[in-house]
Design a protein around this ligand. Structure first.
Ligand SMILES: *Cc1c(COP(=O)(O)O)cnc(C)c1O
Length: 386
């Protein structure tokens, strides 16, 4: 299946809706039946036939087909957020008494799921430096059921050798879940590298327009069915048909957005890497990145997220720099059309992230779809007043 077929055609059964090019938003919570026989039929296949929108909705179903195909998976489930997707995937793999091995700095709410919530139900997590594959082997216990990967991770972009880690997992009967939000399915397909479940915050690149919160889990049909019958239906983190429709629309331009970002971001990074007020850039696609070679091997093209460490001993200078950027909006998240900065100094003293280990002079960047010259000029201005 080629990429544009997946994005333009797959799942779109236009005969069902007047041959409309753009699919309808099936904004209905429930579906009614002509007779008992057809109701019984639907209820018997609740994952695949419209019965109740928490389980199946025709607009969401289009997305499920596209996401499964984009990740080379048999099946996918769409959630109301990336965090809901992560929680459902993780919970489907563990029970009381089990042990999880996770990368050291997974996405903050994945960390909280493991540390604050699952620990209450008798599930223990060991955090390891995932850059060394051997650390996985060493962390395995007889009750280890799950490896959690995130490659690259969110703020500092450490990679794991996905193929090697998944091989270790398979040999030890351990399930692997990888958060693939950083790369998007266009730049990395972990299932083809041996991963069992791929999760996405579709809020980021996949929806791509900073207007919806959505999550995805991709895996085998059997595993997705298991999640559907338990976590998906029980925890009820289903996406709304309207948000699903927004994401279908967002996906139409995913390849050209990613292509644009792959061209422009390295230019912005190159400028920053050469700037005297920048101590270090963290970007998997910059030759100075410690895991540059693995990034070249594992990821197909550069993406828009990177971090810098400013060369200063004054937090006020960091704040001045941030306050004077006008084209980079001061906001969390990434993957939309707009460039963003998210400085680590704001985490200190915050309600949810106060335990951060990130240095206060770190700023996470995301380059959107702007012209790189415009972004560089904006940075130049902010450096001048820093
Ligand atoms: C944003 C994000 C999440 C959480 O997704 P939401 O859609 O915000 O719930 C999970 N993992 C990563 C890597 C993220 O960036």
């Amino acid at each position: 299946m080629d990429l544009s077929y997946i994005i333009n055609e797959l799942g779109e059964e236009r005969d069902n809706y007047y041959r409309a090019v753009s699919p309808p938003i099936m904004q209905s919570s429930n579906f009614c039946f002509k007779d008992i026989q057809s109701l019984r039929e639907s209820l018997a296949h609740e994952m695949d036939i419209p019965f109740y929108t928490r389980g199946h909705n025709p607009t969401v179903a289009i997305l499920r087909k596209k996401m499964a195909a984009l990740e080379n998976a048999e099946e996918s489930l769409i959630f109301s957020s990336g965090s809901a997707a992560v929680a459902a995937a993780v919970m489907s793999c563990v029970q009381a008494g089990d042990h999880v091995v996770s990368v050291q700095k997974p996405y903050s709410w994945t960390y909280k799921l493991l540390t604050n919530m699952l620990s209450r139900y008798g599930i223990e997590t060991t955090y390891i430096d995932g850059r060394e594959t051997e650390n996985y082997t060493q962390a395995i216990r007889p009750n280890t059921k799950l490896f959690i990967l995130e490659s690259p991770n969110s703020m500092t972009f450490e990679l794991q050798d996905i193929e090697a880690v998944c091989k270790i997992a398979k040999a030890n009967n351990i399930t692997t879940i990888i958060d693939n939000s950083y790369a998007s399915p266009l730049n990395q397909n972990p299932i083809s590298m041996g991963a069992d479940l791929v999760v996405h915050s579709a809020t980021k690149y996949l929806n791509g327009h900073s207007d919806a919160i959505i999550g995805v889990v991709c895996g085998t049909r059997a595993k997705c069915e298991q999640i559907f019958m338990s976590e998906y239906m029980t925890l009820g983190g289903a996406v709304s048909p309207h948000d699903a429709w927004l994401m279908i629309r967002g996906l139409r331009t995913l390849p050209i957005r990613m292509e644009r970002i792959a061209q422009t971001t390295p230019k912005v990074v190159e400028y920053l890497a050469g700037h005297p007020k920048v101590e270090q850039v963290l970007y998997p696609f910059h030759p100075s990145f410690p895991q540059y070679e693995l990034a070249q091997k594992q990821l197909k093209a550069p993406t828009g997220q990177f971090s810098i460490l400013l060369k200063t001993d004054s937090m006020e200078a960091v704040e001045r720099f941030c306050n004077h950027l006008t084209r980079f909006l001061l906001a969390t998240s990434w993957g939309g059309y707009e460039s963003l900065i998210y400085p680590a100094c704001v985490l200190y003293g915050s309600m949810n992230y106060a335990k951060t280990t990130l240095p206060w002079n770190l700023i996470r960047f995301y380059t959107g779809l702007e012209e790189p010259e415009v972004l560089i000029a904006d940075l130049e201005k902010a450096f001048a007043v820093m």
